[in-house]
Design a protein around this ligand. Structure first.
Ligand code: SF4
Length: 277
Protein backbone atom coordinates (compact mmCIF):
# COMPACT_ATOMS: atom_id res chain seq x y z
CA UNK A 1 0.00 0.00 0.00
CA UNK A 2 1.26 3.49 -0.79
CA UNK A 3 0.88 6.59 1.41
CA UNK A 4 -2.07 7.76 -0.66
CA UNK A 5 -4.34 4.78 -0.22
CA UNK A 6 -7.52 5.31 1.80
CA UNK A 7 -7.04 4.37 5.45
CA UNK A 8 -8.16 5.43 8.89
CA UNK A 9 -8.12 3.84 12.34
CA UNK A 10 -9.82 4.84 15.56
CA UNK A 11 -8.05 3.57 18.69
CA UNK A 12 -10.41 2.00 21.23
CA UNK A 13 -7.87 2.46 24.09
CA UNK A 14 -8.23 -1.22 24.97
CA UNK A 15 -4.43 -1.70 25.22
CA UNK A 16 -4.57 -5.03 23.40
CA UNK A 17 -1.90 -3.90 20.92
CA UNK A 18 0.49 -3.32 23.85
CA UNK A 19 0.36 -6.95 25.04
CA UNK A 20 2.42 -9.96 23.98
CA UNK A 21 4.50 -7.99 21.51
CA UNK A 22 8.13 -7.07 21.17
CA UNK A 23 8.31 -3.32 20.74
CA UNK A 24 11.55 -2.51 18.94
CA UNK A 25 13.47 0.68 19.76
CA UNK A 26 16.26 2.30 17.74
CA UNK A 27 18.82 4.72 19.25
CA UNK A 28 16.75 7.83 18.45
CA UNK A 29 13.70 6.34 20.16
CA UNK A 30 15.91 5.40 23.10
CA UNK A 31 17.08 9.01 23.41
CA UNK A 32 13.49 10.35 23.11
CA UNK A 33 12.09 7.99 25.71
CA UNK A 34 14.99 8.52 28.11
CA UNK A 35 14.69 12.35 27.88
CA UNK A 36 10.95 12.15 28.47
CA UNK A 37 11.48 10.01 31.57
CA UNK A 38 14.32 12.16 32.90
CA UNK A 39 16.79 9.29 32.65
CA UNK A 40 20.18 8.95 31.03
CA UNK A 41 20.03 6.59 28.08
CA UNK A 42 22.30 4.19 29.98
CA UNK A 43 19.75 4.01 32.80
CA UNK A 44 16.85 3.78 30.37
CA UNK A 45 18.45 0.90 28.45
CA UNK A 46 19.18 -1.00 31.65
CA UNK A 47 15.82 -0.40 33.32
CA UNK A 48 13.33 -0.38 30.45
CA UNK A 49 14.69 -2.54 27.62
CA UNK A 50 15.78 -6.04 26.82
CA UNK A 51 19.32 -5.76 25.49
CA UNK A 52 18.61 -2.23 24.28
CA UNK A 53 16.46 -3.41 21.38
CA UNK A 54 12.98 -4.24 22.76
CA UNK A 55 10.93 -2.56 25.47
CA UNK A 56 10.61 -4.69 28.57
CA UNK A 57 7.32 -6.34 29.38
CA UNK A 58 5.59 -6.54 32.76
CA UNK A 59 4.04 -9.74 34.04
CA UNK A 60 1.44 -11.00 31.60
CA UNK A 61 3.48 -9.73 28.65
CA UNK A 62 2.17 -6.16 28.89
CA UNK A 63 4.49 -3.34 27.76
CA UNK A 64 6.36 -1.80 30.68
CA UNK A 65 4.79 1.60 29.84
CA UNK A 66 1.15 0.54 29.69
CA UNK A 67 -0.89 1.76 32.67
CA UNK A 68 -4.57 1.78 33.54
CA UNK A 69 -4.70 5.21 31.88
CA UNK A 70 -3.07 4.05 28.67
CA UNK A 71 0.47 4.62 27.42
CA UNK A 72 2.53 6.49 30.02
CA UNK A 73 5.06 7.61 27.37
CA UNK A 74 2.53 8.56 24.69
CA UNK A 75 4.37 11.77 23.67
CA UNK A 76 7.59 9.84 23.03
CA UNK A 77 6.18 6.44 22.02
CA UNK A 78 8.25 4.58 19.41
CA UNK A 79 7.48 4.52 15.71
CA UNK A 80 5.91 1.05 15.71
CA UNK A 81 3.36 2.34 18.22
CA UNK A 82 2.65 5.41 16.04
CA UNK A 83 2.20 3.27 12.94
CA UNK A 84 -0.05 0.63 14.50
CA UNK A 85 -2.08 -1.03 12.97
CA UNK A 86 0.12 -0.29 9.96
CA UNK A 87 3.52 -1.74 9.21
CA UNK A 88 6.08 0.03 7.04
CA UNK A 89 8.50 -1.96 4.94
CA UNK A 90 11.65 -0.43 3.39
CA UNK A 91 13.33 -2.43 0.66
CA UNK A 92 17.00 -2.40 -0.30
CA UNK A 93 16.37 0.15 -3.08
CA UNK A 94 14.86 2.60 -0.61
CA UNK A 95 11.25 1.89 -1.64
CA UNK A 96 8.49 2.03 0.94
CA UNK A 97 5.21 0.20 1.28
CA UNK A 98 2.66 -0.19 4.03
CA UNK A 99 0.66 -3.19 5.18
CA UNK A 100 -2.15 -3.54 7.68
CA UNK A 101 -1.88 -5.82 10.70
CA UNK A 102 -4.66 -8.15 11.77
CA UNK A 103 -6.60 -6.77 14.75
CA UNK A 104 -5.48 -8.24 18.07
CA UNK A 105 -8.00 -10.62 19.63
CA UNK A 106 -10.46 -8.54 21.65
CA UNK A 107 -9.32 -5.24 20.14
CA UNK A 108 -11.87 -2.43 20.19
CA UNK A 109 -10.09 -0.35 17.52
CA UNK A 110 -12.02 0.32 14.33
CA UNK A 111 -10.69 0.52 10.78
CA UNK A 112 -12.11 2.92 8.22
CA UNK A 113 -11.43 4.72 4.97
CA UNK A 114 -11.91 8.34 6.12
CA UNK A 115 -8.51 9.57 5.04
CA UNK A 116 -5.19 8.38 3.63
CA UNK A 117 -2.22 6.60 5.17
CA UNK A 118 -0.37 9.92 4.84
CA UNK A 119 -2.97 11.58 7.08
CA UNK A 120 -2.65 8.80 9.65
CA UNK A 121 1.13 9.22 9.75
CA UNK A 122 0.75 12.99 10.23
CA UNK A 123 -1.88 12.59 12.95
CA UNK A 124 0.49 10.32 14.86
CA UNK A 125 3.55 12.55 14.53
CA UNK A 126 5.45 9.88 12.62
CA UNK A 127 7.57 12.16 10.38
CA UNK A 128 10.64 12.69 12.63
CA UNK A 129 10.61 9.01 13.59
CA UNK A 130 10.48 7.90 9.95
CA UNK A 131 13.34 10.28 9.10
CA UNK A 132 15.45 8.96 11.97
CA UNK A 133 14.66 5.32 11.18
CA UNK A 134 15.83 5.90 7.60
CA UNK A 135 19.05 7.60 8.76
CA UNK A 136 19.82 4.73 11.15
CA UNK A 137 18.98 2.16 8.46
CA UNK A 138 21.53 3.83 6.15
CA UNK A 139 24.13 3.52 8.92
CA UNK A 140 23.12 -0.09 9.51
CA UNK A 141 23.67 -0.81 5.80
CA UNK A 142 27.21 0.57 6.05
CA UNK A 143 27.92 -1.48 9.18
CA UNK A 144 26.49 -4.60 7.54
CA UNK A 145 28.67 -4.13 4.42
CA UNK A 146 31.74 -3.89 6.62
CA UNK A 147 30.64 -6.89 8.65
CA UNK A 148 30.26 -8.95 5.47
CA UNK A 149 33.60 -7.78 4.10
CA UNK A 150 35.41 -8.80 7.29
CA UNK A 151 33.69 -12.16 7.58
CA UNK A 152 35.94 -13.68 4.96
CA UNK A 153 39.11 -12.72 6.83
CA UNK A 154 37.96 -13.14 10.40
CA UNK A 155 36.61 -16.55 11.38
CA UNK A 156 35.72 -15.15 14.79
CA UNK A 157 33.03 -12.96 13.21
CA UNK A 158 31.44 -15.94 11.47
CA UNK A 159 31.27 -17.79 14.78
CA UNK A 160 29.73 -14.75 16.48
CA UNK A 161 27.21 -14.35 13.64
CA UNK A 162 26.20 -17.96 14.03
CA UNK A 163 25.72 -17.54 17.81
CA UNK A 164 23.61 -14.41 17.36
CA UNK A 165 21.47 -16.07 14.69
CA UNK A 166 20.76 -18.96 17.05
CA UNK A 167 19.70 -16.48 19.73
CA UNK A 168 17.34 -14.78 17.24
CA UNK A 169 15.87 -18.11 16.13
CA UNK A 170 15.09 -18.88 19.77
CA UNK A 171 13.38 -15.49 20.15
CA UNK A 172 16.16 -14.01 22.32
CA UNK A 173 17.56 -10.50 22.00
CA UNK A 174 21.13 -10.13 20.75
CA UNK A 175 23.86 -9.26 23.29
CA UNK A 176 23.84 -5.58 24.22
CA UNK A 177 26.20 -3.16 22.43
CA UNK A 178 27.71 -0.14 24.21
CA UNK A 179 27.94 1.52 20.79
CA UNK A 180 24.14 1.78 20.84
CA UNK A 181 23.97 3.88 24.02
CA UNK A 182 23.19 7.40 22.68
CA UNK A 183 24.30 9.53 25.66
CA UNK A 184 27.44 7.50 26.22
CA UNK A 185 28.61 7.53 22.60
CA UNK A 186 27.47 11.07 21.73
CA UNK A 187 28.96 12.27 25.05
CA UNK A 188 32.35 10.76 24.21
CA UNK A 189 32.15 12.36 20.78
CA UNK A 190 31.45 15.78 22.34
CA UNK A 191 34.26 15.41 24.87
CA UNK A 192 36.73 14.50 22.11
CA UNK A 193 35.70 17.53 20.03
CA UNK A 194 35.25 19.98 22.89
CA UNK A 195 31.54 20.37 22.14
CA UNK A 196 28.76 20.87 24.70
CA UNK A 197 26.60 17.84 25.34
CA UNK A 198 23.57 17.79 23.03
CA UNK A 199 20.18 18.64 24.49
CA UNK A 200 17.74 17.34 21.90
CA UNK A 201 17.28 13.70 20.93
CA UNK A 202 17.76 14.74 17.28
CA UNK A 203 21.17 16.33 17.96
CA UNK A 204 22.13 13.39 20.15
CA UNK A 205 21.20 11.02 17.32
CA UNK A 206 23.20 13.03 14.77
CA UNK A 207 26.34 13.02 16.93
CA UNK A 208 25.77 9.38 17.81
CA UNK A 209 25.65 8.38 14.14
CA UNK A 210 28.78 10.43 13.39
CA UNK A 211 30.62 8.65 16.21
CA UNK A 212 29.54 5.19 15.06
CA UNK A 213 30.52 6.06 11.49
CA UNK A 214 33.96 7.10 12.74
CA UNK A 215 34.24 3.88 14.71
CA UNK A 216 33.36 1.90 11.58
CA UNK A 217 36.06 3.76 9.64
CA UNK A 218 38.66 3.15 12.32
CA UNK A 219 38.59 0.29 14.81
CA UNK A 220 35.56 -1.29 13.20
CA UNK A 221 37.19 -1.40 9.78
CA UNK A 222 40.56 -2.73 10.84
CA UNK A 223 40.98 -6.42 10.35
CA UNK A 224 40.14 -7.94 13.66
CA UNK A 225 43.13 -8.49 15.90
CA UNK A 226 41.20 -9.88 18.79
CA UNK A 227 37.96 -11.00 20.24
CA UNK A 228 36.94 -7.61 21.61
CA UNK A 229 36.86 -5.77 18.28
CA UNK A 230 35.07 -8.56 16.40
CA UNK A 231 32.54 -8.86 19.18
CA UNK A 232 31.89 -5.10 19.19
CA UNK A 233 31.13 -5.15 15.47
CA UNK A 234 28.89 -8.23 15.73
CA UNK A 235 26.99 -6.69 18.67
CA UNK A 236 26.57 -3.38 16.85
CA UNK A 237 25.20 -5.02 13.73
CA UNK A 238 22.89 -7.39 15.59
CA UNK A 239 21.57 -4.77 18.03
CA UNK A 240 21.08 -1.98 15.52
CA UNK A 241 19.42 -4.28 12.99
CA UNK A 242 17.08 -5.77 15.57
CA UNK A 243 16.11 -2.36 16.95
CA UNK A 244 15.27 -1.23 13.41
CA UNK A 245 13.20 -4.27 12.50
CA UNK A 246 15.73 -5.70 10.03
CA UNK A 247 15.29 -9.44 9.58
CA UNK A 248 18.56 -10.45 11.23
CA UNK A 249 17.77 -14.16 11.11
CA UNK A 250 17.56 -13.97 7.35
CA UNK A 251 20.72 -11.86 6.99
CA UNK A 252 22.74 -14.14 9.24
CA UNK A 253 21.29 -17.17 7.45
CA UNK A 254 22.92 -15.98 4.22
CA UNK A 255 26.19 -15.56 6.08
CA UNK A 256 26.02 -19.07 7.47
CA UNK A 257 25.05 -20.62 4.16
CA UNK A 258 27.66 -18.70 2.20
CA UNK A 259 24.85 -17.60 -0.09
CA UNK A 260 24.92 -14.22 -1.83
CA UNK A 261 24.42 -11.43 0.71
CA UNK A 262 20.87 -10.87 1.85
CA UNK A 263 19.21 -7.56 1.08
CA UNK A 264 19.08 -5.12 3.98
CA UNK A 265 15.39 -4.44 4.45
CA UNK A 266 13.43 -3.10 7.39
CA UNK A 267 9.98 -3.84 8.75
CA UNK A 268 8.62 -1.31 11.19
CA UNK A 269 5.55 -2.31 12.99
CA UNK A 270 6.48 -5.68 13.73
CA UNK A 271 5.59 -5.71 17.37
CA UNK A 272 6.73 -9.26 16.81
CA UNK A 273 3.88 -11.64 17.02
CA UNK A 274 1.54 -9.52 14.93
CA UNK A 275 0.05 -10.95 11.74
CA UNK A 276 -0.71 -9.08 8.57
CA UNK A 277 -4.16 -8.75 7.04
S1 SF4 B 1 5.17 2.32 24.33
FE1 SF4 B 1 3.04 2.86 24.82
S2 SF4 B 1 1.89 2.51 22.90
FE2 SF4 B 1 3.86 1.45 22.72
S3 SF4 B 1 3.44 -0.66 23.38
FE3 SF4 B 1 4.20 0.48 25.17
S4 SF4 B 1 2.35 1.22 26.20
FE4 SF4 B 1 1.75 0.61 24.12
Amino acid sequence: MSRHLPFSYRCGRCGRCCEDMRIQVNPYETARLARGLGLSTSDFLARCTRSGVWLKAKSGGVCVFLTGDGCSVHRDRPLVCRLYPLARHRNSSGGERFACLLPRPGSTGTHGLDGEIEDYLAANGAAPFLEQADAWLALFSRAWSLFEALLGVDPLLAALASDIRLLALDGHAPPRSRLLDPDLVAGEQCAARGLPRPESPEETARLHREAVDLWLEGPGRARSRGHERAESLARLVAGLGTGLGVNMTSLFQHVSDEDPPGAVEMDEALRLGADFL
